[in-house]
Design a protein around this ligand. Structure first.
Ligand code: CP
Length: 301
């Protein structure tokens, strides 16, 4: 059982709750492999309410809900009453009045899913809020690591790039550290959150971060969240922080490459690496479906 009606962040989940989601996701992956669907959410209703663009999160939540037998409403901001000025809380209460059981929300403002959850009866799942958290991405990343290595305890994960603006990095750091995974990060000083060195090992040099890593995870340069330039030029960023074939040749032979997507090819990661045998980027997408099925099944009471 999950303690809350909502999933807002990995910061709030206990280790037992994370373990429950991961084991349920394994069952859901077997359901997907069998080509069957379940009736866990028959007569339930799931709405996706995305104030920011998405491909993976939105599509996989909608498919996950359908695979469990739920009905799905997809609310597009540009064609909904949000465009007429309806508030987030009024939109949420409207969905409550339509007997919606789960609202999956993505919002550019950190904390928006929390505000919605406090004001609606439906379960609220955070599909990414501002710079804060992207808990289902963190969970699918952790699921992918455990599926690959058969364990999490003692793994070394290197997060490379724009940690400061990355809700994916925050969720991964909260989840992985709860599961005894050693996390190190490499980024320019200007893309590091304050005090991050108290939680994870920080390297300014990418080579130091990846040398003994089991997982090398690139993070997207989030141009839309950078109000001012955080590095002198893109060329300089690529020179010092891009994940290249040369870098991977110097890393452990058994390491895997991950990225939450979408990728800025040729910026934070080179195509030869993103498309290599060591890359699990598309496995992450498939696992996102299993993990989101698990979360929906566990959250609907
Ligand atoms: N990783 C991720 O959240 O991708 P989308 O923006 O496509 O949902």
């Amino acid at each position: 059982m999950l303690r809350s009606k909502d999933l807002i962040g990995l910061k709030d989940l206990s280790t037992n709750e994370i373990e429950l989601i991961l084991s349920t996701a394994k069952d859901m992956k077997n359901v997907l492999k069998s080509g069957k669907k379940t009736n866990d959410l028959t007569d339930k209703s799931v709405a996706t309410l995305f104030y920011e663009n998405s491909t993976r999160t939105r599509v996989s939540f909608e498919l996950a809900a359908k695979n469990l037998g739920a009905s799905v409403s997809s609310i597009t901001i540009a064609t909904s009453s949000v465009a007429k000025g309806e508030s987030l809380i009024d939109t949420g209460r409207t969905l409550d009045a339509l007997f919606t059981n789960v609202v999956v929300i993505r919002h550019n403002v950190s904390g928006a899913p929390y505000l919605l959850a406090k004001n609606v009866k439906a379960s609220v799942i955070n599909g990414g809020d501002g710079n804060n958290e992207h808990p289902t991405q963190g969970l699918l990343d952790i699921f992918t690591m455990r599926e690959t290595f058969g364990k999490l305890d003692g793994l070394k994960v290197a997060l490379i790039g724009d940690v400061k603006h990355s809700r994916v990095a925050r969720s991964n750091i909260f989840g992985l550290t709860k599961l005894n995974v050693k996390v190190s990060i490499a980024a320019p000083e200007t893309l590091l959150p304050a005090d991050i060195g108290k939680i994870v090992r920080v390297h300014n040099n990418i080579h130091d971060a990846v040398q003994d890593a089991d997982v090398i995870m690139g993070l997207r340069i989030q141009k839309e969240r950078q109000k001012r330039g955080h590095f002198p030029s893109m060329r300089e960023y690529v020179k010092f922080y891009s994940i290249t074939e040369d870098l991977i040749k110097k890393a452990k032979k058994t390491c895997i490459i991950m990225h939450p997507g979408p990728i800025n090819r040729g910026i934070e990661i080179m195509s030869e690496v993103a498309d290599s045998k060591q890359s699990l980027i598309l496995n992450q997408v498939t696992n996102g479906l299993a993990v989101r099925m698990a979360i929906l099944k566990l959250i609907v009471k």
